[in-house]
Design a binder for this molecule. Structure first.
Ligand code: ADP
Ligand code: NG1
Ligand code: MG
Length: 457
């Protein structure tokens, strides 16, 4: 499946016809001609395994129904014209061979350009065909459901189809993980992998280096509910995300150095674990004995590694973390190694379905949230409150999903109590904060959706 190219469908599914025809209408109004195809890529919700993909560890997401759809026509004037159904996103035009991706001001079309550039490079095209594109997105933005990658992946898929080429889902997913980094964030590849490799009805365990996927059947007596705390966090607009990536890198390098390994070779916790031949719980013990509590000042990191600040910038930092003066290493490392263990256990429980399976899964999700909030410090007050409300309202497990600092929680709720669960969350979170009008888009039950595909117009 993942070795096949994304499907090219000649029929638009019945339940999408109305939406696609509205996008087409907007397209015709804007460009004065008809689109030739639609590309579609979904967002995702991560069930467990947060902030560990870029450390080389497997994660357990599923695609959501919400997606980005782009209506496309090719043009032979060498131009790329982008427009969005939502008028808050301004139109954009550039030459197909001459544009810049602005990572210091991540305006929406820069995400499109990431996918466009990545696919052009992958196909070896210095002059890809010109395109007119009308974008429509339903993935809540800046909320941890990966609207950014849905847009990047959809743009890459549109570019591939417009240039009459085919590549496998796996190859495109890998490429999209790299090209989204043009926006500045150094993510690990979970979002792009699930956007292409998702399958209706099943969650996926995704592993990296090399990219692999395995279906994971979720318990049948529970429902997964997404709730957005309505605090937005654009990951490319601050250094918080990359600071976490860098903290993980520095922690790996310091442990490698103390263990007499060639520390410059290490960027990810998973590689360090492999080199030390230790289990995840042994890694937790190693972290506890090597890394001290509290912050490491940059000068201390340089001293331990035996490098100047300039050299550290080369070996370990990103453009937007050059000014960061202190790093939490122990807490971050403890989160990653323990979270990687929770993902393994979650998958095992899903596969073996022991008695009380959902209770075990719920505890793993709750522990994951605590670790994200306390050790990784990537939650916020509103999201912590929401997770607590979800558990009190009857969720067996609830946790933040995606990068955090705002955005969504994912809750596992017994099917029998979903209605009372939803009513309690509406009252205790949304109505209590004057967010009642947002409930429709912010709170919804979700099921594993399908992956990216092309539909001929
Ligand atoms: P997320 O958790 O949603 O992936 P990110 O911080 O990674 O959040 O990036 C989200 C950004 O992606 C938005 O700020 C916006 O620039 C872009 N984006 C997402 N959806 C759309 C859309 N429908 N139209 C235009 N841009 C979008
Ligand atoms: P969101 O919140 O969707 O931007 C980010 C990263 C993922 C992963 C999660 C945390 C990107 C494109 N996405 O997701 O790779 O690290 O945070 O688990 O960088
Ligand atoms: Mg994102």
């Amino acid at each position: 499946m993942a070795d096949q190219p994304p499907t090219v469908n000649s029929d638009i599914p019945e339940n999408s016809k109305e939406r696609f025809s509205l996008i087409k209408e907007q397209f015709v109004k804007k460009f004065g001609c008809e689109p030739i195809f639609f590309a579609r890529a979904p967002g995702r919700v991560n069930l467990i395994g947060e902030h560990i993909d870029y450390c080389g560890y497997g994660v357990l997401p599923m695609a959501v129904e919400q997606d980005i759809v782009i209506a496309v026509a090719t043009q032979d004037n060498g131009k790329l014209n982008l427009s969005n159904v939502d008028s808050q996103y301004v139109d954009f035009e550039c030459d197909v061979a001459k544009y810049e991706i602005n990572s210091s001001n991540p305006v929406w079309y820069n995400y499109f350009l990431c996918g466009f550039r990545g696919m052009s490079e992958m196909l070896g095209l210095t002059e890809p065909t010109g395109m007119q594109c009308m974008v429509h997105g339903l993935v809540p933005c800046n909320a941890g459901l990966s609207s950014s990658s849905a847009l990047v992946c959809c743009a890459a898929l549109a570019t591939m189809q417009a240039n009459g080429q085919q590549r496998s889902k796996k190859e495109i997913a890998d490429m999209c993980a790299s090209c989204e980094r043009y926006i500045g964030t150094q993510g690990g590849g979970m979002d792009q992998a699930i956007s292409f490799m998702a399958q209706m009805g099943t969650a996926k365990k995704i592993d990296f280096n090399p990219l692999r996927e395995e279906s994971v059947m979720l318990p049948s007596d529970v429902v997964f509910v997404v709730s957005n705390c309505c605090v937005e966090k654009n990951k490319a607009a601050s250094s918080d995300f990359n600071t976490r990536v860098v903290e993980c890198r520095l922690a790996s390098q310091i442990i490698a150095k103390v263990k007499n390994l060639d520390w410059r070779q290490f960027k990810r916790f998973a590689d360090l674990q492999r080199a030390l031949g230790a289990s995840l719980s042994e890694m937790v013990a190693i972290v506890g004995s090597v890394l001290h509590e509290g912050a490491y000042m940059k000068s201390e990191v340089c001293e331990v590694l035996g490098v100047s600040q300039e050299e550290l910038a080369q070996t370990s930092l990103s453009a937007n973390t050059l000014q960061v003066s202190e790093f939490q290493l122990r807490k971050r490392a403890l989160h990653v190694y323990s979270e990687a263990g929770r993902v393994e256990r979650f998958q095992e429980v899903c596969n073996t379905a022991p008695p009380g399976a959902s209770g075990i899964l719920g505890s793993l999700m709750n522990d994951s949230h605590t670790s994200c909030s306390v050790m990784y410090e990537c939650s916020c007050t509103e999201l912590d409150d929401l997770v607590k409300i979800c558990v009190e309202a009857g969720a067996i497990g609830s946790r933040l999903t995606g990068a955090g600092w705002g955005g969504c929680a994912i809750s596992m709720v017994p099917s029998s109590v979903v209605e009372s669960f939803l009513a309690a969350v509406v009252e205790k979170y949304y109505q209590a904060r004057g967010l009642g009008p947002r409930v429709g888009e912010a709170l919804f039950a979700t099921q594993p959706g399908s992956g990216a595909a092309v539909y001929l117009a």
